[in-house]
Write a protein that binds this ligand. Structure first.
Ligand SMILES: Cc1cc2nc3c(=O)[nH]c(=O)nc-3n(C[C@H](O)[C@H](O)[C@H](O)COP(=O)(O)OP(=O)(O)OC[C@H]3O[C@@H](n4cnc5c(N)ncnc54)[C@H](O)[C@@H]3O)c2cc1C
Length: 409
């Protein structure tokens, strides 16, 4: 195995890099990227590999921690970003969909659809790639403010009690959903969100992903068990409100059924935006990833969308650096391009979510039964993992459950 792909090596090299560079924080750079999640790490990596100076600033001490995410990515995402096999914990080619009463339907395909990755190792891999491309990484660097003044992005940050000011030609904000920087910068705000919670649990004999539906998981909520490392699984849910109490109820139910054992680690609750932002660029500053809702409104998955947007952002940034024009207008191609790629999917996802949130259990139960009619199950199983809204809409159509607002596009 290539030692560079070994997670231990990844951690070691990041620590060594931080130690080496910490003494010498530059006061200026071509680009400063704030937030070392998938969106930020990918943006920084791309820019450094194009030859630009890129600083990557991360608030946490350990890249990828604290983790909240299941780490499921499509095969499309895995292949596009040439992720290493070593990150794969499980392959997914089927899942069991449970109705509110517990009735099960298996949705299966011949080929692998998605992988469960260790999310901490994924983030570390992406950051390690960025560092290898020439990015200067600083952890424990809490960015307090970003502004555009005198033709430069001004970044105010803190390590412990020590304050730093860094200037750059362009700043990229990739701090995830709910970051106060979003409001400060006047980027689109989302009052509509779902929140997710997840735990690692002891679990023997869980070999297939299961998805739970119904009002016991809250409005429009769904839950999951995902097989993880040996004899361990991830149990989680995504819902509109009272996430923690619904999560407790789900865990208790699965424990009562003897399906899972004790909780090994509880993750923090995290929100995921639901909506389409109108503003993801301002003068000298772009926003990438969850902070501007580049996540699926249905399932909440955002790793792939954020990384795709990162690629578009880095191309626009490179053009702006070549032209020496950092105005919002010069950065607008990024916004137009990511809207062209993701807007339809996000719109459909929002409508689908709103529809599902209105369905009483009795209707979900009926829809679930109808899934066994020829065509509906086949359509659902032919849905691609990251671009599923149109096939889900077709399933509802097939079940004669189409609402007028789906045909308005
Ligand atoms: C329960 C749950 C399960 C999920 N499961 C999946 C899944 O299976 N697959 C999937 O694709 N998506 C999943 N998601 C969504 C996924 O986690 C996000 O879409 C993804 O992490 C967004 O990436 P990002 O880079 O935009 O932001 P983040 O991953 O949130 O990264 C932002 C980074 O910015 C740093 N930061 C924040 N503020 C500052 C600051 N002021 N200064 C410096 N650094 C800062 C943070 O520490 C963090 O490292 C899940 C979400 C939840 C809640």
């Amino acid at each position: 195995m290539d030692c560079c792909l070994n997670p231990r090596f990844i951690l070691y090299s990041i620590k060594a890099d931080v130690r080496r560079r910490m003494m010498d924080i530059p006061v200026s750079s071509d680009v400063v990227v704030i937030g070392a999640g998938p969106a930020g790490a990918r943006t920084a990596e791309r820019l450094a590999s194009m030859g630009y100076q890129a600083l990557l600033l991360e608030r946490e001490k350990v890249i990828g921690e604290p983790v909240h995410c299941t780490g499921v990515v499509s095969t499309e995402c895995f292949e596009r970003y040439e992720l290493p096999e070593e990150l794969i914990l499980r392959k997914i080619n089927s899942f069991v969909l449970r109705s509110p009463s517990g009735r099960a339907v298996q949705i299966k395909r011949k080929q692998t659809q998605a992988y469960v990755l260790d999310r901490v190792e994924l983030d570390q891999e992406l950051v390690n790639r960025a560092v290898r491309s020439g990015v200067s990484l600083y952890t424990e660097m809490d960015v307090r403010d970003v502004s555009w003044e005198d033709g430069k992005a001004q970044i105010s940050c803190k390590i412990g009690s020590k304050e730093y000011q860094i200037q750059s030609k362009i700043a990229v904000v990739a701090t995830g959903y709910g970051s106060p920087l979003s409001r400060k910068l006047g980027l689109s705000q989302f009052d509509s969100y779902v929140s997710g919670s997840q735990a690692i649990v002891d679990a023997k004999g869980i070999d297939e992903v299961e998805v739970f539906t119904g009002s016991s998981l809250g409005k429009g909520g769904f839950g999951w068990i995902v097989p993880w490392r040996e004899n361990k699984a991830l149990v989680g849910l995504l819902t509109r409100e009272h996430t923690v109490s619904y999560m407790h109820a789900l865990i208790n139910k699965l424990q009562d059924q003897g399906r899972i054992g004790s909780i090994l680690k509880t993750y923090r609750t995290r929100a995921i935006p639901v909506g389409i932002p109108r503003k993801s660029v301002i003068d000298g500053i772009l926003a990438v990833g969850d902070i501007v809702s580049q996540a699926k409104p249905t399932s909440g998955g955002g790793i792939h969308y954020g990384m795709m947007a990162a690629d578009l952002a880095s191309t626009t940034i490179s053009d702006a650096l070549i032209q020496g024009d950092f105005s919002a207008q010069a950065l607008m191609p990024y916004q137009e391009q990511w809207h062209a790629v993701l807007e339809h999917e996000l719109n459909q996802g929002v409508k689908l979510r709103e529809l599902i949130e209105q369905l009483p259990d009795i209707v979900i139960e009926q829809l679930h039964r109808l899934l066994s009619i020829p065509g509906a199950k086949r359509l659902l199983s032919s849905s691609t993992f990251d671009w599923h809204s149109s096939s889900l809409t077709q399933v509802l159509e097939k079940l004669q459950f189409r609402r007028r607002n789906f045909s308005n596009d």
